[in-house]
Design a protein around this ligand. Sequence first.
Ligand SMILES: C[S@@+](CC[C@H](N)C(=O)[O-])C[C@H]1O[C@@H](n2cnc3c(N)ncnc32)[C@H](O)[C@@H]1O
Length: 418
Amino acid sequence: MSQRLNTRYWAAQVMYQVVHKQQHLKQALQNVLPKTTEQQDKAWIQNLCYQTLRNHQNSSARWQKFTSKPVKDIIVAELLTLGVAQKLFLDTPDHAIVNESIKAAKKLNKHWATGLINKVLKLTISDQTFSTENEENLYNHQQWWIDLLKKDWPKHWQQIIAANNQKPPLWIRSRNPNITMDGTQHTQIKTAWLLNNQHASGSQELKGGQYSVQDAAAQYAATILQPQTGEKILDACAAPGGKSCHLLELSSEIELDILEKEPLRLRLVEENLKRLNLTASRIMVGDATEPNAWFQTPKYDKILLDVPCSAAGVARRNPDIKLLRQPEHLQQLTQLQQQILQQIAQLLKVGGQMLYVTCSVFRSENERQIKKFLRTNDNFEEIDIQIDAAEVCEHGQQIITGTDNMDGFYYCLLSRKS
Ligand SMILES: C[S@@+](CC[C@H](N)C(=O)[O-])C[C@H]1O[C@@H](n2cnc3c(N)ncnc32)[C@H](O)[C@@H]1O
């Protein structure tokens, strides 16, 4: 690690942005770290922040055991939490944890806290007796989230929580299903490989046009929709474009319309299309709840509806959401999902198919949305799909986070009868 950069100083500032300013981790890393940060330091800080956020409640509870009153200064509290995470997940030597955290505090002008950090960190990292019955601290999730998982998945909630708290594996999508890679091929999705080398994502091969990083669970979308030559297809919530690109890889002879509400995110779709040398028919900035502004006849043969959601099924990849997501967000999201579903369904041809997808495990975003939709749209029916490892729901199927190393995804395929 570089001697020039105090990595804890930067990590504490990233954590401050997430915990106090409710900024997403990816954004905070981008905003806080100086452009000149060396790759190695950046990777170390990133890994530390991700691991700390995956285990935030538990790591904080460990040091709080040794303070007589709450540490109100957020950045100092985060330095302590980062210190515990270094001990638990990064194998950092004890003296380095303490000394570097103190140096970071001084650089942050928190000289008053150096004695506290020294004492509390030394006690915490040598403590072998920590235990807790507080569920938030035990499971590293907010209580409302734990309660909802227990209600929605009485047999699977612990699996979901355990998977959310772990580093995710690296899945890639290969353009050539017959290629052999250093890893394990998915039993059902032949393009999906679980790589042995976690660090391969930065390799030249992956940066080139043959592979993309994409969880196997996400690769079911294009596989279920099975794009056929000549079909007119809509990807209604497309960015960053993983599933759009997969559709085009399976058949370049489709007419694919790509829609995304956020112009900046649409750029990511364009970059991905360019990297993979793929072409969409139309790339549109637009709102899926207002099709009049962008829709052109004829109607679509197939629609992919990968709606904005809580991302509760991919929390292991976005651990900040475990702290940031609140029940009212879930309420807003379910309203938006239903609006999008109702509007976009009108653009499907009779006999056409629409695949509703979320990367969530909450039933309110998944089967209950479909139930509500079918109640008011009796010209639609559900079509059976085959996802080997999924749980069959009243409507659609749920891949439970962690099953076969996959993210948590929900799928339901609908067809328009009249
Ligand atoms: C789950 S992500 C899509 C992921 C994408 N299908 C992929 O595989 O890469 C949902 C996307 O919907 C976009 N979105 C949110 N509200 C929207 C709306 N009203 N209309 C269109 N897109 C929307 C979000 O900006 C986000 O990029």
